[in-house]
Design a protein around this ligand. Structure first.
Ligand SMILES: C[S@@+](CC[C@H](N)C(=O)[O-])C[C@H]1O[C@@H](n2cnc3c(N)ncnc32)[C@H](O)[C@@H]1O
Length: 277
């Protein structure tokens, strides 16, 4: 286990400040996910990939008496989380190596698992579920936006400029389909609830779409580029966004943002794992 150290943001780390430019919009799915968690008074709750603690604050307001901790692999995010909610425990930890120190009634994860490799995601979910008490809950939400113009055009821009070679292997794995998720989890669950919601964010203009994705999906495309390449990439990407997103009556631009949600109730795990032996 490692803890956040103070100091400047590391190269290619997430930026809490950039991410929080759209804090209200980004926190909407966090609230909607929590509203579907069927627990009244969980004792221990972990916010997996807590970011700057915007999702942790939502959890705390619903479960003020729970022992609540947040983990995230980004030192910059954890620094901000500690500054925002100094009475809670936040640590820099990577989900791929994280193990809880005791039984956790609710694992909650908003907008994180899409960043993991496809084959790792549900191995991690199942490993963590196996450590939960029966009746515990695993709740997660991921953006389902890879087919949205914002992301299609990001990839198109990446393949059609002088930066194409540098960005050849950039991109994240598609997320599992609802049926793939269901089939993986139903053997260890008493209930698997999957739902899907699209938000329409009225952003100021097309440049605001870029500011939005700079905090998340655009990061891996920009990080490898030199300043002048970044400038060229962003100019080209903006041109494409302007063609793809019509302007609204009030001159704003509607960014459609689909999200997939999963709320899973852990079943008597011992029976299941005995069968596996
Ligand atoms: C889009 S932010 C979500 C932040 C917050 N949960 C929220 O609801 O807005 C994604 C977060 O996942 C974290 N993350 C990405 N990969 C991770 C990993 N392998 N282990 C832990 N955290 C990870 C990032 O550092 C980032 O803070």
């Amino acid at each position: 286990m490692s803890t956040a150290s103070s100091g400047a943001k590391a190269l290619n780390d997430w930026s809490a400040a950039q991410y929080l430019k759209f804090e209200d919009e980004r926190t909407l799915p966090a609230r909607d996910l929590l509203a579907r968690v069927p627990l009244t008074s969980p004792k221990r709750v972990v916010d997996l990939g807590c970011g700057p603690a915007n999702s942790t604050a939502v959890i705390e307001s619903r479960y003020p008496d729970a022992e609540l901790v947040g983990i995230d692999s980004s030192p910059d995010m954890i620094r901000k989380a500690k500054a925002t909610l100094p009475h809670l425990d936040f640590t820099v930890e990577d989900l791929t190596s994280y193990s809880p120190s005791g039984e956790v009634d609710l694992f909650y994860s908003n907008a994180v698992f899409q960043w993991l490799k496809k084959e790792e995601r549900f191995e991690i979910v199942k490993k963590l579920m196996a450590s939960q008490p029966s009746g515990g809950v695993f709740a997660l939400q991921v953006p389902d936006n890879l087919a949205e113009p914002s992301h299609v055009l990001m990839r198109e821009t990446a393949t059609s400029g002088p930066w194409a070679e540098k960005l050849a292997s950039v991109g994240r794995d598609t997320f599992q389909t609802p049926q793939e998720i269901y089939d993986q989890l139903i053997p260890v669950s008493s209930q698997v609830n999957i739902f899907h919601t699209s938000y329409y964010h009225a952003l100021e203009n097309h440049a605001a779409i870029i500011e939005w994705v700079k905090g998340t999906g655009l990061r891996p495309f920009l990080d490898p580029l030199q300043p002048e390449e970044k400038e060229g990439f962003l100019k080209e990407y903006l041109k494409r966004l302007q063609q793809a997103y019509p302007v609204c009556a009030d001159s704003r631009v509607l960014l459609r943002y689909p999200h997939a949600f999963l709320v899973d109730r852990v079943d008597l795990k011992e029976d299941h794992y005995k069968n596996d032996e």
